[in-house]
Each structure stands twice: as structure tokens, then as C-alpha cells.
Design a protein around this ligand. Structure first.
Ligand SMILES: Cc1cc2nc3c(=O)[nH]c(=O)nc-3n(C[C@H](O)[C@H](O)[C@H](O)COP(=O)(O)OP(=O)(O)OC[C@H]3O[C@@H](n4cnc5c(N)ncnc54)[C@H](O)[C@@H]3O)c2cc1C
Length: 419
């Protein structure tokens, strides 16, 4: 293993809005800052592939200054000792030393298993969007967008702009909750503008609540999706199903470092400090709340990590408002219990290790199921099946071990060599 060794006053893990804002504020406070992201460019999920996205530009510019090291294409996978993290790049492993650490690792989509969900062309909603941003041609393709959360409309609008035919957008939440959500948006004018802009990009596209996919079928790849639409089954011919049930936080690294949790999120105080001394957390790992919340939490963490509590305190009001939106999202897009009936006995829940639902049901905990079936032990390390199993069976992963991401054998061997 070749390796490099770098030291920072403040090290930020995650180059999405939260991480960029944290790094910018810390650097402007005079700290030597490193910002690590596993993608080839900063931007995270929302600004992915958009080097010229208008909202991202000011943050990119603020990071173009001496004292900031952009460490893209590197994934943090291990903490060999306090104050040191290991990150794997294309060719080597870097040892990153820090005085203060800010975790801004974002969120991922939640997938729920249903018959046919492993067919080619059944994809995560954000996943399909990311592939199109990376060059997948979607023009003329028929797409059903389904699941839950505001991401569905954002994805549908983006795919439509790229020339896709959106056959239907299915939201599992009931109309009653969506109506309350719309009324509550009155307190968030920017969100209303966003919602109108998205809706304008989707003329003629049908949006339906109380609806979710129950089966995907086709010969060798997706051809049809059957949805439960307001209680009636409807089968729709399509080329892609873009499906995600809202988001779950990426908390594997905070857990590895020993940060305490508050439910499924990382516990933080007013200054975004976790329960581990010198470790801060910002953005989606502390609550799913959208880009505004990520940006303000990132700034607070960056300032507080540099001892600038009074400046950080000035942003508390902005954060309070953004958190109200996060609560609204949580209430509106909570998953309905009927979705627990989606998998059939033969449906694969762990697609890495081919574990069917009926095999999981023979066990009583995540640990026992893991030991007997290898569920969650494949290449995604439980990132896909873990949240599904949590929702379906209320089992939680009991421990997180390094490496938090699959790494090359060479990188593991290197750790063993250096102790
Ligand atoms: C798939 C997906 C698509 C989305 N698309 C949209 C959209 O179109 N519009 C919208 O309004 N919102 C979208 N969102 C929501 C949006 O991500 C949030 O609202 C907000 O921007 C989150 O900011 P963040 O900085 O907390 O996290 P993110 O933007 O998720 O950034 C976190 C970054 O950390 C990196 N990372 C995580 N762990 C490590 C590690 N160990 N080592 C190195 N890097 C690491 C991740 O790859 C990611 O780049 C999307 C979310 C997801 C999951």
C-alpha cells in the first residue's frame, strides 16, 4: 500500500452542501482545512455533476483559497486511532490527521423490496437521476417514478427535461397529509417557489397519492410496473422504474467513531458538536431537512470548530426555521404500515447475498439473521437491505465495524502491516 500523510486543523468528510459550507466557514476563520468526498467533484447529491449550478457557485468560489485542500475521489473507511482517518483513493490510501473533524456524510435513498425490484431498469429515483447526469440516455424512455418524498418530483422534472416520458408519479403518502404539507409551506416561501417551478416542468404528468409499486415484471428486464393506486391495481408499460422511499442518513462513520445517536440520527448540541470531543456533524446525518438546513448546519459546525461560537450563534434562528421544515417532511412522508406487506416470501431482501424474505423471517434479530443468512454482509454492507429490514421487521444493526465501505484487499493488508 502506498500512502500519504496529511494534517489539518479541520477535516471535513463529505463534499455536499453541508460539507462545503463547513469547510468554507472554517477556512475563512483561518484554519487549514481538508474536505474529502468520494465523488470526483464537490457538490454532493443535489449539486452532483453541476459544476455550474448557480446555487453551488458561491460555495465553490469560497473554497478556492489557500489553506483548503480538496480531496475528491477518496473514501474514508477506517479510524485506526483517535485523530486519524484512512481514506482510499484510486491508487493509494491516505492517512488524514485532524484536530477537529466535521462529519457531513449526507443521506441515501431508502429502498423497499417488492416482487421484481431486482430486475434491470428498476432503479433508485436519485440513482437514475445520477446515472442520467453521468451520461445515461433517457430521451424517449417511458419512466414511472414512485415511492415517497419531495425527491420524486425533483427527479421526475429532471428526467422530463432530459427528454423522458414520465408515465406516472406515485406517492405513498395520503392526500390528507399532502394537503396539510402544502398548507404548511406558507411559512416557507422559497419552498413554494421550488414546488411551483417543479410542477411547471411537469405539464400533463399525472401525480397520484395513496399509491405505490407492488410488482415489477418483464423478460430479463423491466417491462411493466403494477401499482396500487388509491386501492386499485393498475399495470403500466415502462422502460424504467425510478423508485425510492424518502431518505435515510449515512451514519456508519459517526457510529464507527462512537458518536451517540438520537433515534436514527446523530445526536448534536446547539453548535453541531457530537458526543465525541472535537467531532462535529452537519447536514442529513442529523436530520433529513433539505439543502437550506444542510447549508446552515454546515456553517455553524465550521465556525464552532474554529472557536467562533458567537458568529455561529447568529445562525441559530435560520437553523430553527429550516428544522421546522425537516419536521414537516418527517410527518408528511412517514411510511404507511401497508408497505410492510410488499415483499412476498420469495422476494429477495438482501440482493447482494440473495436472501429471500422467508429466510429472514425465520430469525428474531438482525444479528441472528446475519449469522445464518449473510444478509447485509455483501458489497453494500447493509446500506440497501439494512433500512428495509429496519422498516419491515424493526431490526436495527447492532454494530459497525471497519472498513465502513468495501475497500481493496491491498488497503486492508496495508492497515495490518502498519498496525
Ligand atoms: C440520491 C439523492 C439525490 C438527491 N437529489 C436531490 C435533488 O435533485 N434535489 C434536491 O433538492 N435534493 C436532492 N437530494 C437531497 C439532498 O441531498 C439534500 O437535501 C441535501 O443537499 C443534503 O446535503 P448534505 O451535504 O447533507 O449531503 P450530501 O449532498 O448527500 O453530501 C454528502 C457527501 O458525502 C459523501 N460521503 C459520504 N460518506 C463518505 C465517506 N466515508 N468518504 C468520502 N465521502 C463520503 C457523499 O458521497 C456525498 O457526496 C438528493 C438526495 C439523494 C440521496
Amino acid at each position: 500500500m502506498s500512502s500519504s500523510n496529511q494534517r489539518f486543523d479541520v477535516l471535513v468528510i463529505g463534499g455536499g452542501p453541508a460539507g462545503m459550507a463547513a469547510a468554507a466557514r472554517a477556512a475563512e476563520s483561518g484554519a487549514q482545512v481538508g474536505i474529502v468526498d468520494d465523488n470526483l467533484a464537490l457538490g454532493g447529491q443535489i449539486w452532483r455533476g453541476g459544476e455550474h449550478v448557480a446555487e453551488a457557485l458561491p460555495w465553490r468560489e469560497r473554497l478556492q483559497r489557500p489553506g483548503v485542500s480538496l480531496l475528491c475521489g477518496m473514501r474514508v473507511f477506517h479510524q485506526p486511532q483517535a485523530g486519524v482517518l484512512l481514506a482510499e483513493g484510486n491508487e493509494d490510501v491516505s492517512e488524514l490527521r485532524y484536530r477537529k473533524l466535521i462529519l457531513a456524510t449526507g443521506a441515501r435513498e431508502r429502498f423497499l423490496p417488492f416482487p421484481g425490484w431486482t430486475l434491470p431498469n428498476v432503479m433508485g429515483a436519485g440513482g437514475l437521476q445520477a446515472m442520467v447526469k453521468s451520461g445515461l440516455l433517457i430521451r424517449g424512455k417511458r419512466v414511472v417514478v414512485a415511492g415517497s418524498g419531495p425527491l420524486l418530483l425533483a427527479v421526475a422534472a429532471y428526467l422530463r427535461e432530459q427528454g423522458a416520458e414520465i408515465r406516472l408519479v406515485c406517492e405513498q403518502a395520503p392526500w390528507s397529509r399532502l394537503t396539510k404539507f402544502a398548507a404548511a409551506l406558507a411559512g416557507f416561501p422559497a419552498k413554494i417557489r421550488q414546488a411551483f417551478t417543479l410542477r411547471k416542468k411537469l405539464p400533463g404528468v399525472h401525480f397520484t397519492a395513496n399509491s405505490w409499486p407492488v410488482a415489477a415484471s418483464g423478460k430479463g428486464k423491466l417491462e411493466f410496473v403494477t401499482v396500487s393506486r388509491g386501492g386499485l391495481l393498475e399495470t403500466i408499460a415502462c422502460d424504467y422504474l425510478a423508485c425510492g422511499f424518502h431518505l435515510v442518513p449515512n451514519v456508519e462513520l459517526p457510529l464507527l467513531l462512537g458518536c451517540a445517536m438520537d433515534g436514527e440520527f446523530v445526536q448534536v448540541d446547539d453548535f453541531q458538536r457530537t458526543t465525541k470531543t472535537g467531532v462535529f456533524c452537519a447536514g442529513e446525518p442529523t436530520g433529513i431537512g433539505g439543502v437550506e438546513l444542510a447549508l446552515v448546519e454546515g456553517q455553524i459546525a465550521g465556525l464552532a470548530a474554529c472557536g467562533k461560537e458567537p458568529e455561529a450563534r447568529e445562525l441559530f434562528g435560520q437553523r430553527r426555521k429550516a428544522r421546522r421544515f425537516a419536521h414537516l417532511l418527517e410527518k408528511t412522508f412517514r411510511l404507511r404500515p401497508e408497505l410492510r406487506n410488499l415483499p412476498q416470501p420469495e422476494t429477495l431482501v438482501c440482493r447482494c447475498e440473495d436472501v429471500a424474505y422467508k429466510r429472514l423471517r425465520q430469525h428474531t434479530s438482525w444479528r441472528r439473521a446475519k449469522l445464518h443468512t449473510r444478509c447485509g454482509m455483501g458489497s453494500c454492507q447493509g446500506r440497501v437491505c439494512g433500512p428495509a429490514v429496519h422498516f419491515l421487521l424493526n431490526w436495527k444493526p447492532e454494530s459497525v465495524r471497519p472498513p465502513v465501505f468495501p475497500v481493496r484487499v491491498e488497503s486492508l493488508a496495508g492497515i495490518a502491516e502498519t498496525g
